[in-house]
Design a binder for this molecule. Structure first.
Ligand SMILES: [Zn+2]
Length: 241
C-alpha cells in the first residue's frame, strides 16, 4: 500500500510516459485512452460436470489494454490503475445488474476479489487487481475473502487441463475474513483477465464451499480463443459506453 501511494505521488511530480505506447505523456496518452472504451462482452466458461460460469468482460486482452495492464502488474505503473479501473467498472456494473435480476427484489450482491499470491504481493508491494477494484473505482466495496493456500505454477503456457489441475484446491476462505460468514451471500467475482476461467472456477469452488452463491464474474479483459486452447465461449456482445 505504501509503495503504491509513493508511486502515485511520484507520477504526479516526475515526467512519465504512456503506459501502453511509451509516448512521452501522462499515464495513458489520448490515443491509447481512446482505445480503452469498454465494450462489455458476455462470456460463458464451461467445465465438465460443473454449471457454466457467466463472465462479463470489458475488452479483449490485446494491444493497449494488454500493455497497460502488464505495466501495472510488472513495472509498478500504478498511475495507470485509474483509467483501467474505469474500464473494469463497466464490466462490474453489468455483472452485478445481471445477478440482481436473478434474485428476489431487495437481495444484495457483493463483489469478491480473486486473490493474488503472497509471493506476487511481496514482489510488487501491491495487489494490482485490488487497485483496480477500489470502492471509489468500481462503485462498492470488494470483499477479499480468499487466500492462496498453496503455491501453484505460473499458469502462462499451461493448457486448459493443466491449468485446472494446477489450481484445484489452491484457494481457501480466510479463517479471519473481515466480512464475516459467507453463508448465504450473493457474490460476483472480480479479476483482471480471464483466460480459461480456471482461476474463477477455483474461486467459485472455494466460496461455494463456504456457503456463498457465486452469480457471475467481471473482468477487465478476456483472452481470445486460440486454436482449441480455450473453454471460454462468447455468448453476446453489448456495447456500454
Ligand atoms: Zn499511448
Amino acid at each position: 500500500m505504501f509503495r503504491s501511494a509513493l508511486l502515485d505521488a511520484l507520477a504526479l511530480v516526475l515526467p512519465t510516459d504512456c503506459a501502453a505506447c511509451g509516448a512521452p505523456d501522462r499515464a495513458l496518452c489520448d490515443a491509447c485512452g481512446a482505445q480503452l472504451v469498454p465494450t462489455v462482452t458476455q462470456l460463458a466458461i464451461r467445465r465438465a460436470h460443473a454449471p457454466p460460469l457467466a463472465v462479463w468482460s470489458a475488452l479483449p486482452y490485446r494491444e493497449t489494454v494488454a500493455s497497460a495492464l502488464s505495466k501495472l502488474k510488472e513495472s509498478g505503473r500504478t498511475d495507470v490503475a485509474r483509467p483501467l479501473a474505469l474500464v473494469l467498472s463497466a464490466a462490474v456494473t453489468e455483472a452485478r445488474q445481471s445477478a440482481l435480476e436473478r434474485l428476489p427484489v431487495g437481495a444484495a450482491v457483493e463483489l469478491a476479489l480473486a486473490p493474488s499470491s503472497r509471493a506476487a504481493y511481496r514482489q510488487r508491494g501491491y495487489n494490482p487487481v485490488a487497485l483496480l477494484a477500489r470502492p471509489s473505482r468500481v462503485g462498492l466495496p470488494c470483499l477479499r475473502p480468499l487466500r492462496v493456500a498453496r503455491a501453484t505454477r505460473d499458469q502462462a503456457g499451461l493448457g486448459v487441463t493443466d491449468r485446472r489441475a494446477n489450481l484445484d484446491g489452491s484457494l481457501l476462505v480466510r479463517t479471519r475474513f473481515a466480512g464475516g460468514s459467507l453463508q448465504g451471500r450473493n457474490l460476483v467475482l472480480v479479476d483482471d483477465v480471464v483466460t480459461t476461467g480456471a482461476t474463477l472456477f477455483e474461486c467459485r469452488r472455494a466460496l461455494e464451499h463456504a456457503g456463498a452463491r457465486v452469480l457471475g464474474a467481471a473482468t477487465l479483459a478476456f483472452a481470445e480463443r486460440r486454436s482449441g486452447a480455450s473453454s471460454v465461449e462468447v455468448i453476446t456482445e453489448s456495447s456500454t459506453q
